[in-house]
Design a protein around this ligand. Structure first.
Ligand code: 5GP
Length: 140
């Protein structure tokens, strides 16, 4: 049986405001939030409001609109965090590393000479996330 989208996931609860998050951007298409287990300082997620499981089932027009936001946010993250580069990642299905089954893109700042944390390795304090979110918001 093919995998399908299940709206009962953590990101729909964050979009609805039922679970708190550090938002850096929101419009009618998406929200962008700090990842609670960042792979580097300034790691954010871009999450569409319209439900899709991952890259495989998303409507191409919805994806195109989403990617405009992904680029805008990546530029703001790189600038505000003074990163040397950006790693953009999207995992589709468990075998590829997906753990939340609501489409999202990771924007992960990369810093010369610094190793990144592994996926889910490090949890950062709320105060730290709030401070970084404020910093990125100012660049948007
Ligand atoms: P995936 O593993 O599906 O590619 O990415 C899911 C991401 O969501 C992970 O990097 C994980 O740290 C993040 N995440 C999981 N639960 C929460 C949460 O409740 N709030 C936030 N902000 N991020 C979460």
């Amino acid at each position: 049986m093919p995998s399908s989208y299940d709206p009962n996931n953590i990101f729909t609860k964050i979009i609805a405001g039922d679970i708190p998050s550090h938002k850096i951007f929101e419009d009618d298409v998406c929200v962008s939030i700090m990842d609670i287990m960042p792979e580097s300082r300034g790691h954010v997620l871009v999450v569409p409001k319209k439900g899709a499981r991952n890259l495989i089932d998303v409507d191409p027009d919805d994806l195109a609109e989403l990617m405009k936001r992904v680029q805008k946010i990546a530029v703001a993250v790189k600038k505000s965090m003074r990163a040397d580069g950006i790693l953009l990642r999207q995992s589709s299905e468990e075998v590829a590393g997906q753990t939340v089954y609501h489409l999202h893109f990771h924007i992960i700042p990369c810093y010369a000479g610094q190793r990144r944390n592994r996926h889910g390795e490090v949890e950062v304090s709320n105060d730290d996330l709030a401070e970084i979110a404020e910093h990125i918001r100012a660049a948007l």
